[in-house]
Design a protein around this ligand. Structure first.
Ligand code: ATP
Ligand code: MG
Length: 210
């Protein structure tokens, strides 16, 4: 009788949100380390829609495809379009709701770097966010990993991960100046950036040579 069978353990699903312009090895190491430490069955990478606080971001389809290329070889890594297919700015509370709807009966773990966790209380509906997911803050070079006292302790964990001093901003800047991004981003992403001239053609963003 099925009703007496013990409830199956919920699937443990990580969510790695980001602009991913471009995705780099810092993102991938963070996701991989959290997957190991929290025994996750899957990590869903979710590229943002139009980030309201960043100007001149690459088209979402390019960011989506680079994320697919970077994660394709890992059987536990997947990519979701929920944020890029939703109109308007991306709020994490909406990301969590949408991923939960697509994967009922899962337990969610939202992965963020030390820089992002510092601002989390300012995010829209942060109380609801902590209802939907456990938050894992990972270390990031250049950012002190401290948790605000007003964060709900049971909803946030901290994890030290191998330090990779890589940022998308630096990768874009290097590509623009003709410096290599080999070994900072996966090989397929190096080639995608070159093929589509992502950061060289356009007046892409804030730190372009003046
Ligand atoms: P940008 O320079 O454009 O802001 P980024 O490198 O910070 O790009 P994001 O897409 O903004 O990348 O970051 C997505 C998530 O990954 C954030 O939670 C961020 O803190 C985390 N993250 C980014 N780079 C690293 C890294 N090197 N180590 C650990 N976490 C990282
Ligand atoms: Mg960032």
């Amino acid at each position: 009788d099925r009703s007496t069978a013990s409830t199956p353990a919920k699937r443990r699903v990580g969510i790695m949100g980001g602009t991913f312009d471009p995705i780099h090895h810092g993102h991938l190491v963070a996701a991989s380390e959290v997957a190991k430490s929290f025994d996750l069955d899957e990590v869903v990478f979710v590229p943002t829609g139009n980030p309201y606080m960043k100007r001149n971001v690459s088209p979402s389809e390019d960011r989506y495809l680079m994320t697919v290329i970077a994660t394709a070889s890992n059987p536990r890594f997947t990519v979701s379009r929920v944020d890029i297919d939703r109109d308007g700015p991306t709020y994490t509370v909406d990301t969590l709701r949408d991923v939960m709807r697509l994967r009922p009966d899962s337990e969610l773990f939202f992965i963020t770097g030390a820089d992002a966790i510092a601002q989390i209380l300012e995010w829209k509906d942060s109380d609801d966010m902590f209802e939907y997911a456990h938050f894992v803050a990972v270390s990031r070079p250049g950012h002190e990993l401290v948790l605000d006292d007003s964060l709900p302790r049971e909803s946030v964990s901290v994890l030290e991960v191998p330090a990779l001093a890589i940022s998308s901003t630096d990768c874009r800047d290097r590509a623009r100046r003709g410096y290599p991004v080999w070994y900072l981003v996966p090989d397929g992403v190096v080639q995608y950036i070159a093929k589509h001239r992502l950061y060289t053609d356009s007046d892409h963003d804030e730190e372009r040579a003046s």
